[in-house]
Structures are given as C-alpha cells and as structure tokens.
Design a binder for this molecule. Structure first.
Ligand SMILES: C[S@@+](CC[C@H](N)C(=O)[O-])C[C@H]1O[C@@H](n2cnc3c(N)ncnc32)[C@H](O)[C@@H]1O
Length: 250
C-alpha cells in the first residue's frame, strides 16, 4: 500500500493534469504485474520475442514508436534503444518507477509522450476518429509497435461511456477498435500489433463462468503468432477460478 501511494504521488508530480485520472489504473496494473510476475512471464517473453523478430529484419532503424508502452514489461526497451536512433513511448501515464528505470539505464534516445490514443473524444462528438494520425508528424518513422493497448482502448472507452450515462454505444467502441487497426494499416512503415482479443473465466475443472470478446465485435486480424496470457491466475480474483486472455501478434 505504501509503495503504491509513493508511486502514485511521485507520478502525479510529473504527469500533465488531464492524464492524472489514469494514474490509479496504472498503479494497480503495476501492483498486479508484480503479484502475477511468474504467471505473466511467458506472455511478456512472447511479446518481446515478437518485437525483436520484427526489428531483426529491418534495414532502416531511425525512429520507433511504442503505443501503450506502460510499464515496459512486454517491450524490449534495451533492444529498441540500442537499435533505433530515437524511441518514442506513448501512453496515458508513465509511472515514476518506469521513468526512474529509464534514467538509471541512461537511455538518452528514449522520449515519453502522454497521449490518449483512443480517439474517444472525436467519436463521442460524432467526428471521424483518426487517433493515430499524429504519427504522420513523427520524422523518420520506421517502426510502430502497438503493445497490448488495443483491448484497453475498448475497455477504457466502455468505462468512460458508462460513467457518462451512455452505456449502449457499442457502435462507438467498434469504431475506435477499427480506427486503431486502420490507423496502423495505413502507416507507411513497419508495424507490429500485439493484442489480447478475448478472455475466459473458468474454474479448476475447466467449467466456463464467463467469456467475452475484447475487440468489441471487430474480427481479429489474421495472426502470425498466438498464445494465452493468464491475466488473473488462481488466487488473484478468487482461489477457485482464473481469467485467461487470448493474445495475437502480427
Ligand atoms: C496492458 S497495458 C500494456 C502493457 C505495456 N505494453 C507494458 O509493457 O507494460 C495497457 C497500457 O495501455 C495504456 N492505455 C490504455 N488506454 C490508453 C489510451 N487510450 N491511450 C494511451 N494509452 C492507453 C495503459 O495506460 C497501459 O499502460
């Protein structure tokens, strides 16, 4: 609790005001990631391996952008920093602990940007959402990695719609997921998309208690790799059931 409070307070000091409401969920992700480190390790390694594989074949490595860089648990930041001239990490929030780690390792070519990449405000206002259009302004862009953020765009936007008393706008959620996929597909550079697509909650006998699509009805694109991620292993939510997510990479 104390370390969470310190992480929260230190992050609030360096986070622009409009992004401070998101610190709480970053801190709770950080706590859960610490508790579930053993169970998440294979997923995190699969993500890093896929990104390393993606950059291995690249001839030009000037600027790389990571969307949803978060805690840098599933992003091989050492390799990206070593192999690219500039690495730009984009997330709602960069925790103080993550910033300290970057400083301690002296990654001088790594930049942090606080940004909402959902397109939520435009979609709610009835405007065309082009949340990744800012990438067109990034000079010498050779790689964009979407690192386990797409499902969170749907989940976070659903929460915001509910909070605004607008819970039935599934069309908005679908549009935002499509906008991310279309935005990545339209980029004139190499891209890597890693995302969870669905989850299942099951008990120890395999009996399914709940399952849901995480892409808001948008069909998952064809994957090059696929694996599962025990996001809430036994004991995290309840000792008798676990939540497992399906993950794809392409
Ligand atoms: C599952 S975590 C990704 C983990 C991260 N790639 C890592 O290596 O630790 C999802 C991340 O997406 C970020 N996120 C969620 N919605 C976002 C949005 N609308 N804009 C930018 N980032 C967002 C969260 O803050 C969180 O850091």
């Amino acid at each position: 609790m104390l370390t969470e409070a310190i992480q929260y307070a230190a992050t609030a000091l360096v986070t622009p005001k409009q992004f401070r409401p998101f610190i709480r969920s970053s801190v709770s992700l950080w706590s859960r990631a610490g508790r579930c480190a053993k169970d998440w390790a294979a997923h995190e390694e699969s993500c890093k391996a896929f990104i390393r594989e993606t950059i291995a074949g690249m001839k030009q490595r000037r600027t790389a952008v990571v969307l949803g860089s978060g805690l840098l648990r599933d992003v091989p930041i050492e390799d990206l920093s070593a192999k690219f001239d500039t690495v730009v990490l984009v997330d709602l929030v960069h925790l103080a602990g993550v910033r300290m780690r970057l400083k301690a390792k002296r990654f001088r070519n790594v930049r942090l940007i606080s940004r909402d990449i959902s397109g939520f405000d435009d979609a709610v206002a009835g405007r065309v959402a082009e949340p990744l259009s800012f990438l067109r302004q990034v000079p010498y862009l050779d790689l964009v990695v979407s690192a386990n953020v797409l499902s969170q765009i749907g989940v976070g936007s659903k929460r915001r719609l509910e909070a605004e008393g607008n819970p039935a706008r599934n069309d908005i959620l679908e549009r935002l997921v499509r906008a991310h996929l279309d935005g990545l597909a339209a980029l004139p550079c190499k891209t890597a998309l890693i995302t969870d697509t669905a989850y299942r909650v099951a008990d120890r006998s395999g009996h399914m208690l709940e399952e849901a699509d995480l892409l808001c009805g948008v069909p998952a694109p064809a994957a090059r790799r696929a694996w599962t991620w025990p996001v809430a292993p036994y004991g995290e939510l309840n000792k008798n059931y676990q939540a497992v997510h399906d993950v794809i990479a392409l």
